[in-house]
Design a protein around this ligand. Structure first.
Ligand code: ZN
Length: 136
């Protein structure tokens, strides 16, 4: 079951150039920075109430975020992530409804979570992530 929106993923060219905007202009606090080698990104997380903002900076030209930035040079909203209590069941439900999955199996994402993505061609243009805390 989807319990809430966990975070919005935002593609940026540079975390160091972007973080001051979120901190100084919006007054949010950067709570966590982490590199996710499997996705070739560096991330920074902010709390905005219940929802997090996940900034994503590519660490390689092959990163999915680098490809997004080629199409959207100023950056922008990259994905929406729903927290779920059962990521496997959630993927099964989506696949059963005819949605193309990018990941058949959840994998380890940032912030100690299992994550998996649905293909934006099946989700009306919105890259959609499911996430669930590890060890649940
Ligand atoms: Zn995400």
């Amino acid at each position: 079951m989807i319990t809430r929106i966990d975070h919005l993923g935002i593609a940026v060219k540079s975390l160091d150039e972007t973080i001051p905007y979120y901190e100084k202009a919006l007054g949010l606090k950067c709570e966590h920075r982490e590199e996710v080698p499997s996705q070739k990104v560096r991330t920074a997380f902010f709390h905005a109430g219940e929802v997090h903002i996940e900034l994503l900076e590519p660490t390689s030209p092959e990163s999915p975020i680098a490809k997004f930035l080629e199409k959207n040079p100023s950056g922008g909203i990259h994905h929406i992530a729903f927290a779920t209590s059962d990521i496997g069941g959630q993927l099964k439900q989506a696949a059963g409804a005819g949605v193309k999955l990018i990941h058949e199996q959840p994998f380890e994402g940032a912030a100690d979570k299992l994550v998996a993505f649905l293909h934006p061609k099946s989700t009306f243009g919105v890259l959609t992530e499911f996430c669930m805390p590890k060890g649940k």
